[in-house]
Design a protein around this ligand. Sequence first.
Ligand SMILES: Cc1cc2nc3c(=O)[nH]c(=O)nc-3n(C[C@H](O)[C@H](O)[C@H](O)COP(=O)(O)OP(=O)(O)OC[C@H]3O[C@@H](n4cnc5c(N)ncnc54)[C@H](O)[C@@H]3O)c2cc1C
Length: 439
Amino acid sequence: MAPTSDPKTPFHIAVVGGGIGGLCLTIGLLHNHVSCTIYEAASSFTEIGAGVSFGPNAVRAMNLLDPSIKKGYDKIGTHNLDPKKRLSWFDFRLGMQPEKWVKEGKGDVGKDGQWIANVEAGEVGQCSVHRAHFLDVLVGIVPEGVAEFGKRVEDVTELENGKMQMKFADGTTAEADAVIGCDGIKSRTRQLLIGENHPAAHAVFTGKYAYRGLIPMEKAVEALGNELAENSQMYMGHHGHVLTFPIQKGETMNVVAFRTKDGDWDKKEWVVSMKKEDMFKDFDGWGESVMKILPLMEKPDVWALFDHPPAPTYYKKRLAVLGDAAHASTPHQGAGAGQAVEDAYILSNLLGKVDNADEIEKVFKAYDAIRRPRSQKVVTTSRDAVRIYEFEDEELGCDLVNIKKRLEERYNWIWNADMNAQLQEALNLLDKAQESANL
Ligand SMILES: Cc1cc2nc3c(=O)[nH]c(=O)nc-3n(C[C@H](O)[C@H](O)[C@H](O)COP(=O)(O)OP(=O)(O)OC[C@H]3O[C@@H](n4cnc5c(N)ncnc54)[C@H](O)[C@@H]3O)c2cc1C
């Protein structure tokens, strides 16, 4: 069923930002017959970066929002090429030479390439899509006329009649009964909501950066063999790790090589071009596979990884935040965008249950109560995850047996989330708030 282009709510929602979060929210709102407009800063819907993959929880949330999102995702997604590895999220292996472990003060950890663990991700496995292609799937579902472009929100204020007024960078204004900021990690609406000087208003550098690049699959297979090139691998080292997985229906191997940096990120841009020599220096002493992968990376760039300190709230009156604007995370669990999809499912259904603008704040309160703890746990556990991958976890150290055990179980709470139960919990909170207001 296509989302309605004939909404019936007596209130209107402004969705600020048309990325994965804003578009999923809009699709959910329209299915729930909630009137809405997307205000997007760019002149069209755009996505930067190559791949994004989603966990089973996020794929189920897509299906609940609109089965054609999941259908589109399935159509454009690339899985591991070996059918026996169809459900594998990653094979985890040691990625440094034995002498390097000793040099790093870790002693005899194991052989280069030694297999540590395989983690399977529910019914999905590792499934990556090109961001621009996934955005096209979402845009294809949203009816014409729902989005306005070139509308960068600079300010949001409450008017005397209770409505919210947005001021845009082009000097124009617009009003809505409520504003939902889906404006990403550098969110302006987040700053307006929690206060520009609040310590959680801005994203912080997490001490990790990543070289990202692509290798034609033929070359990758020639260098690494079929098993390693065609199926997702994580090569773990001290203060670094390297991911590879197939994309573009197996035509290309995607590479993300992470390293640690003390102190702040001192450049203005978060994505910068790089010299290959810097990358080789960063991975000096790493193992055979990594040494074969790095020289083959075409046009690599460097991404500084930022995340958000926990926001004390996701709403104030009739302004709320969703997706990265609420809880930008590092990519170490491949779960950031999935949280935006979950947010969109819960919030759109809650808004579909009320028929009066005065109830919106109660909706936001229920959304905040249900979504904030879970999505912020994704942010903190994502930082924990990289400490395990990079042998920085104090408790686990280099204990490969316990690292295996931890890896095999640690994603279950993210991937096995029951979205219907979560929505029911949120609806119960909304019911209670409505009942107590009627007493
Ligand atoms: C290197 C890297 C790899 C990642 N890999 C994964 C992965 O594999 N799986 C996963 O689940 N997540 C991953 N993530 C996280 C994921 O990319 C984000 O969680 C997701 O894209 C957030 O979507 P969003 O819609 O909230 O924000 P965005 O995608 O940032 O969209 C925000 C939109 O708002 C617009 N906008 C911004 N400011 C304004 C304004 N003031 N007014 C109006 N419009 C505005 C922007 O133009 C943009 O269109 C990764 C992140 C990084 C950095």
